[in-house]
Unconditional design. Structure first.
Ligand SMILES: NC(=O)c1ccc[n+]([C@@H]2O[C@H](COP(=O)([O-])OP(=O)(O)OC[C@H]3O[C@@H](n4cnc5c(N)ncnc54)[C@H](OP(=O)(O)O)[C@@H]3O)[C@@H](O)[C@H]2O)c1
Length: 296
């Protein structure tokens, strides 16, 4: 716990984020207030949600039930593709704050840079209009800082060329076997902290080469393959947000601050053949939203 509290990444605006967060996406819509409550007990203070996930309500309840102060937490949420645009974004943050039962969020993000599948030739304009509304949320104090998700360099460049307030983070699919080097390099160059979604490749173990490399390192360091994956990301300056329902998993994912991978092993993980990609791409294919009316 103390190790976690002592381990921060510093953002471009000087604020700090814990080096590991907790993801709340779940494929079913079961109530995960309990799981988030257990994550708080384990020591997690930085939580990722989105209007799409329909876990904002559970997260808000778990924070309230914890008895801790709101300021003890860093809460990040995202607007979905059908909430983009100036008016859409303004309406979206109101709904998210209501579901969270909070009067501000720490980081507000655009979930995907374009509405792929729709007629979205004007995605550059749409991103800028959405961002303008988000900048005004910062002015109003209902959002502390802004971020993006699934933005590749060409999406980020459009925003950086036109924004008043820069994004502090970019959340990307990143894990051993999917390293998005060009996007990472661009983020680092522009002082945008890269954050890893699906840092454990969502438990997929269908890539032999990744399994072999991770198993070998697991034996060498006496750590689980998941701990090796998380440590790899953190050492590369990437903030992972693993999701876990099992308390044992939650705890073990925090035990990654008392060992270090050596340079050769970092290089081996960075340069392994690309595999275990989830298959979503911001310019071609993004997931379709499911919906649970109870959580809206
Ligand atoms: N921005 C985006 O577009 C986007 C997309 C996807 C996800 N995300 C965010 O990223 C978060 C994490 O990604 P994810 O949920 O896709 O997948 P993930 O964190 O890579 O993997 C979660 C899976 O790994 C298992 N697990 C966790 N810790 C483990 C451990 N120590 N040992 C063995 N298994 C372990 C979990 O099992 P149990 O649950 O059984 O413990 C669960 O099945 C999401 O929850 C969401 O907040 C963002």
């Amino acid at each position: 716990m103390q190790e976690l509290l002592d381990n921060y990444f510093t953002l471009s605006d000087g604020s700090k984020l814990p080096r590991i967060g907790f993801g709340t996406y779940t494929e079913d819509f079961s109530d995960n207030t309990k799981a988030i409550g257990e994550a708080i007990e384990c020591g997690y203070r930085f939580f990722d949600t989105a209007s799409l996930y329909e876990t904002e309500r559970c997260l808000g309840e778990a924070v309230k039930n914890s008895g801790l102060k709101r300021e003890d937490f860093i809460i990040e949420t995202k607007l979905w593709i059908d909430e983009m645009g100036y008016e859409g974004a303004k309406a979206a943050i109101e709904k998210s704050l209501k579901r969270l039962s909070m009067d501000y969020v720490d980081i507000y993000m655009i979930h995907w840079p374009r509405q792929t599948g729709k007629d979205d030739e004007d995605w550059k304009k749409l991103d800028i209009e959405t961002w303008k509304a988000m900048e005004e949320m910062v002015d109003e104090g209902i959002v502390k800082r802004l971020g993006v998700s699934n933005f590749l360099p060409h999406h980020l460049q459009n925003l950086l060329d036109n924004c008043r307030i820069k994004p502090v983070v970019d959340q990307l699919e990143l894990h051993p076997g999917y390293s998005q080097e060009r996007a990472l390099h661009y983020c680092m160059k522009n002082k945008v902290l890269p954050m890893a979604w699906s840092p454990l490749a969502r438990g997929r173990d269908n890539a032999q080469i990744a399994n072999e490399i991770l198993s070998k390192l697991s034996k060498k360091y006496g750590r689980s393959v998941q701990q090796i994956s998380l440590r790899f990301l953190i050492q590369r300056g990437i903030l992972p947000i693993p999701k876990a329902v099992s308390k044992e998993h939650m705890m073990s994912n925090l035990e990654v601050f008392d060992f270090a991978l050596d340079g050769d092993d970092l290089s081996m993980l960075t340069n392994m053949p690309q595999c275990t990609w989830l298959g979503e791409h911001p310019d071609f294919h993004i997931p379709q939203a499911k919906s649970n009316p109870d959580n809206k």
